[in-house]
Structures are given as C-alpha cells and as structure tokens.
Ligand binder design. Structure first.
Ligand SMILES: *[C@@H]1O[C@H](CO)[C@@H](O)[C@H](O)[C@H]1NC(C)=O
Ligand SMILES: *[C@@H]1O[C@H](CO)[C@@H](O)[C@H](O)[C@H]1NC(C)=O
Ligand SMILES: *[C@@H]1O[C@H](CO)[C@@H](O)[C@H](O)[C@H]1NC(C)=O
Ligand SMILES: *[C@@H]1O[C@H](CO)[C@@H](O)[C@H](O)[C@H]1NC(C)=O
Ligand SMILES: *[C@@H]1O[C@H](CO)[C@@H](O)[C@H](O)[C@H]1NC(C)=O
Ligand SMILES: *[C@@H]1O[C@H](CO)[C@@H](O)[C@H](O)[C@H]1NC(C)=O
Length: 575
C-alpha cells in the first residue's frame, strides 16, 4: 500500500518537476530507483590505487562513468563526510575538524545536523535507509546512543576508538550495545554486514539507500596504554604477499630535490632512504588493505545481480578525501590543498549512466546530496551549496557547456603525518583555495592563513612544483593570461566563495556580475573588467586559527565586495 502511494507520488512529481532543477536526469522507471553508495577512507587517485582494484574496474569503471575532476572541499574525514551528507560546504556546517570542539560526531549533533542530513531527508521521501561502516569521527563506544544517529532503517556502525583497528573493530547494530570483533578482519566483517543489509532492504520491498563505508585504506591506529599509535594499514591474511614490488609512483613531486609548495610544506627536509622505503611499505599495505574492499564490491555486485537490482539501482563509489605519500616531501597523510589530497575517486554506474566513460566535468562532495535528490526526484533544498552532478548520458551532454568550472577548497587546523617518521603536527594549516578547470585553463590558487599565496598552472605543471606567486618567480603568463590579471579574478572569485552559502555558492560569478553575462573565468578575463577586479577587496587573513571564527578570516565578500555593472560599481543587495 505504502509502496503504491510512493509510486503514485513518484509519477506525479515526475511530470511536474522543473527539468532545469533536476537536469532532466530523474529516473523514469515505474519504481523509484535504489542507491548503493560505497565510501572508502583516505583513498587516493594520484597514488593509483584504483589500478590495483580489478573488481572495482570490472563492475564500476568499465560499466559506468568516472569523474576525473571530482574533489573533496575539505580534505579530512569528518568535515568531508558531513559535507557529502548535507550538501553544504564546511564553512556552512562549521564541522571543520575530526574532533570537538570543531568537529566530530558531538559537533555534528550540536550543529543540529542529526535532524537535517541525507539519511533523514531520504526517509522523509519514503526511502528505507541502511548504513554500515564508519559514519563520523568521534562517534564512539561511549556516545553512540546519545543520541543515536537519526535517519536509519537499520545500521551497523564502526565505532571509535576501534574504527582503524583492523583486527579488533567494534560495531554497533541498531539499538544493541557495541560488539567487539577481536581477531576478525574488519573489512570482511563489514562485507557480511553489507550483504545482510542488502538482503534486508530487498525483503522490505521498498526503495532503499544503502551506504557501505569501510575504514580501509586508512592507517591502522591502536591505543597502546593511552597513546594512539599510527602504523601502516593491515591487510586480510590472504593478501599479505601481494604487490611485493609496488612503490609510490615516482612523479616529479615525489620527495623532490628542491622544496615545493609554501608555508610548512616548503620547510620540509627531503626524506632519507629509510623513510622512503618505509613509506613504500605503507603504500603497499594500503593496496593490500584495499583488496578486501575490492572483493566486497564484487560480493555486492554478485548479490545485486542475483536479486535483480542492477537495472534500477545507481551505484556510487568514492572516498572521503585523498592521500599523499612523499609528495612535496610530506609524510603519509592528507589535509592539504595539493591535488593528491583533494582530487578523489568518483565512479557512478546505473540506469542511463554512460558506460566505460570518463568525464572532465568539475564536481565535488558538496554536490553529492543534490545529485541523489535529483535522481530520486526530491525537490532540491535552497540551502544546498552544491548542485546536481549530471550522471545520465543526456544530462552530461547538456551540462558540458554551462556547468560550474571550479571547486572551493578550505581547511582549518593542523596537518600531521600518519606514518612512523616525523610525527610533528604542522600548525597554521588553515587556508582557502580555488581549483578551476575550464576551456584551455587549469589552475589552483590558494591563500594560507599566513597570507602566503600559491598559484599553479596545472596544464603545464600538474605536479604543482612551480608556485607562480613564489617570491622571485619570473613567469608572467599562464595559459595565455597575464598572471597579475588572472590572480585579480581568482582572488575575487575566492572572496565571493569563501563564505558563500546556497545560491551564491551555486552561481559563483553572479555575485560579481549580477547581469549573468559572466559565467566563467574566461569571460571574466575580458579587459573591460581589469579595473573592476583590481579594485576588489583582496582575500586576507587576520590570523591563523584552528577553527572557523570569522574574525580570523579578514574581509567577507558580503560586507565589502562590489558587483560589476556596465554603468559603474554597485554594492551587493544583501549589505
Ligand atoms: C573501454 O573503452 C576503451 C576505449 O576508450 C577501450 O579500449 C576498452 O576496451 C573499453 N573497455 C570495456 C570493458 O569495454
Ligand atoms: C579488543 O577490543 C576490546 C574492546 O572492544 C578490548 O576489551 C580487548 O582488550 C581488545 N583486544 C585486544 C587484543 O586489543
Ligand atoms: C586507551 O587506553 C587507555 C588505557 O590503556 C584507556 O584509559 C583509554 O580510555 C583508551 N582510550 C580510548 C580513546 O579508548
Ligand atoms: C631518516 O629519517 C628519519 C626521519 O627523519 C630519521 O628518524 C632517521 O634517523 C633517518 N635515518 C638515517 C639513516 O638517517
Ligand atoms: C602561525 O602563523 C602566525 C600568523 O598568524 C605566526 O605568527 C606564527 O609564527 C605561525 N606559527 C607557526 C608554528 O608557523
Ligand atoms: C564554529 O564553531 C566554533 C566551535 O564551537 C565556534 O567557536 C565558532 O564561533 C563557530 N563559527 C561560526 C561561524 O559559527
């Protein structure tokens, strides 16, 4: 009965939805589609871990669409996951860290998101929602029930402080107390739980959303008498001998002879051979730990196939954030704005999704909630900072001309290595950036809280070895643009984006050019805008802070920017 109602509602909504809002990609199936979302932890693109996952290739890459320019906007677990599940940038969730006071599960609850995030919204739309694996950091064996995460039909969460304990995990099912799995391999335990939830979902005979979030390939963390010890990830016993010769790809930014980047990264010393060898071991352990994930993906597809689900199910595969090992001389970790940390896997397979296809559309985790809404025909929320990612063939074709071409990157706090060498915490790792890829250009622009600036011409320098704004740099042109003029535009765009919300995030150039005539960096580069951009208030930090306090972040566009009109400057309406 309930299902008939949902189906009726589904058809009704289908006929009236604004094509614009949904990109015309809402499913036309009689029954609303299901979603299965696989989210790994700290999986890279640039260390090439996907090359070592033949079953992810077989089921997802070969049969779906790979988003080559997919980004997380804050490269660390909890903020990235909250952004993914709320459709809001970290500066609007104010979940900017993995632990309180600035992040973690307690902060998520405190900010009110336990009643306003994807699982809750999906239930409100009539979906059954299932989850197993890691939800957020600092969701632990003590606070798992105060309150329980809302929005789940059934769940089985991995809990801290055992989330990264590969051989002694703790899971918590529905209202049951946490259960320890001493001696069992975490991803294998998780796989069984995922299969069970899938069967439970099918038996319930309602459209469903299932999220499976393994902790692999995150570093292993053990609590040794109160001290948290990081070590290389651990594989299932059956995978320990694989890939004996694998090494971190020796691209030009790998442990380079000359320093690169800015701020604390530029002050790092080159790693010695002992350190490099151990980091290669860490890399191999990541690849080995991912094998059980690969097998789990196969297990899920096997079951979806025999349960006849594949025709009406969208399957997403992604990671919360990326990872670097040795790049720019850094120890294994994430948390920076370098391409290794922010550019992450996103693969989608499902009805009408192009097969064996790679797209260069620029997308981010901020867009995921809106994307799922669009596929399920749920009206988009006004406060979404992101917009639906085109996933169907026709939506991708229609969007390639006019889709947003940048992602706004942000971070607050410190960065720390996760290997065994150089465990210093690097403070002042607070910054804002713009990653932009358009017709004929490809840049990354970042301003640290120390007010150091970085600009990389990623078409010429994909490894980010030459900071065009480094003191003493003499390069004047980048992709045919004068660097000074380019920076004036990028800075204004960053100013407009760094504290944007809702529509202002979704329509970045409109806050600068309300007449809608400028829709890209290329348009904004027109000479007649030179004076306008020169006179814009520049992004400038007051001081470095570990969380988001507006006093630290200097001028905000809302108060001090101006918009362009042909007849002169105009103050924003919202002042
Ligand atoms: C995917 O496409 C490439 C060419 O773009 C082709 O070489 C390859 O065989 C295709 N793979 C499959 C599984 O169809
Ligand atoms: C495994 O975790 C449980 C708590 O969940 C703990 O009591 C037990 O001592 C741990 N075992 C090992 C070998 O660390
Ligand atoms: C770590 O272990 C110590 C005792 O060995 C215990 O007091 C402490 O609560 C543990 N920490 C966590 C986060 O579980
Ligand atoms: C190599 O570097 C590591 C990390 O800085 C240091 O702990 C170790 O002593 C060094 N080893 C040698 C042989 O220099
Ligand atoms: C952090 O940045 C502040 C400027 O906000 C500077 O005074 C301080 O020396 C920096 N600290 C470190 C550890 O780099
Ligand atoms: C973000 O949260 C921190 C910690 O609770 C708080 O100090 C800060 O004022 C909040 N920022 C905003 C913009 O609300």
């Amino acid at each position: 009965m309930r299902l008939a109602l949902i189906a009726a509602l589904w058809t009704a909504v289908n006929s009236v939805t604004a094509q614009q809002q949904f990109l015309g990609q809402q499913s036309d199936a009689v029954r609303p589609p299901n979603i299965v979302f696989i989210l790994t932890d700290d999986q890279d693109v640039h260390l090439q871990s996907l090359d070592y996952m033949p079953l992810v290739q077989k089921h997802l890459i070969d049969k779906g669409t790979y988003y080559d320019k997919h980004y997380c906007t804050t490269a660390v677990c909890c903020p990235a996951r909250v952004t993914l599940m709320t459709g809001k940038a970290a500066h609007n969730t104010n979940i900017t860290d993995v632990n309180p006071p600035y992040g973690g599960y307690p902060k998520f609850v405190k900010q009110g998101f336990n009643s306003a995030y994807l699982p809750v919204w999906l239930q409100e739309a009539g979906y059954n929602v299932y989850y197993t694996g890691k939800l957020f950091n600092a969701h632990n064996v003590d606070n798992y029930d105060s309150p329980y995460p809302a929005g789940f039909t059934s769940h089985d969460f991995l809990l801290d402080p055992f989330t990264y304990n590969y051989m002694n995990s703790s899971f918590q099912h529905n209202q049951d107390p946490p259960q320890s799995h001493e001696g069992e391999y975490v991803t294998d335990v998780l796989a069984q739980k995922a299969y069970n939830l899938l069967e439970e979902a099918v038996e319930a005979d309602r459209p469903f959303f299932l999220m499976v979030a393994p902790s692999a390939p995150h570093a292993d963390i053990q609590n040794n008498s109160g001290t948290l010890t990081f070590d290389a990830p651990i594989s299932a016993p059956r995978h320990v001998h694989l890939f004996p010769d694998a090494k971190v790809p020796r691209i030009s930014n790998f442990n380079p002879d000359i320093p690169s980047g800015a701020n604390w990264i530029r002050r790092l010393e080159q790693q010695n051979m002992t350190n490099v060898d151990w980091n290669d071991h860490f890399h191999r352990q990541r690849l080995r730990a991912l094998q059980a994930v690969d097998e789990m993906v196969d297990g899920l597809f096997d079951r979806m196939e025999s349960l006849d689900l594949l025709e009406n199910t969208y399957i997403f595969y992604s990671s919360d954030n990326g990872f670097h090992i040795g790049n720019h001389r850094m120890q294994p970790g994430k948390s920076t704005g370098c391409e290794e940390d922010i550019n992450i896997p996103l693969i989608v397979r499902g009805p009408n999704v192009p097969i064996n296809y790679t797209t260069q559309l620029v997308t981010s985790h901020t867009d995921i909630a809106a994307t799922i809404f669009s596929l399920l025909n749920i009206p988009l929320r006004e406060d979404f900072d992101g917009s639906p990612i085109p996933v169907t063939t026709s939506a991708i074709a229609a969007s390639s001309q006019k889709r947003r071409e940048h992602v706004q990157i942000e971070y607050w706090g410190f960065a720390g290595g996760e290997g065994i060498y150089d465990r210093r915490l690097h403070q002042n790792n607070t910054f804002k950036g713009i990653r932009i890829v358009g017709g004929g250009y490809n840049f990354y622009y970042q301003i640290w809280c120390t007010n150091e600036h970085e600009l990389y011409d990623m078409s010429k320098d994909p490894q980010q070895m030459v900071n065009l704004l480094q003191e003493g740099n003499t390069v004047e042109m980048a992709s045919g643009y004068a660097v000074g003029k380019l920076v004036a535009r990028l800075d204004a765009l960053l100013m407009a984006q760094k504290s944007c919300n809702g529509e202002r995030c979704r329509e970045p150039w409109k806050s600068l050019h309300p007449d809608g005539k400028v829709g890209s960096l290329e348009d904004a580069m027109a000479e007649r805008f030179d004076r306008f951009y020169d006179e814009q208030v520049k992004v400038e930090w007051e001081y470095c802070h570990n969380g988001y306090v507006p006093e630290a972040e200097g001028p905000m566009f809302e108060n001090e920017g101006a918009m362009f009109r042909d007849d002169g400057f105009m103050w924003p309406e919202w002042v």
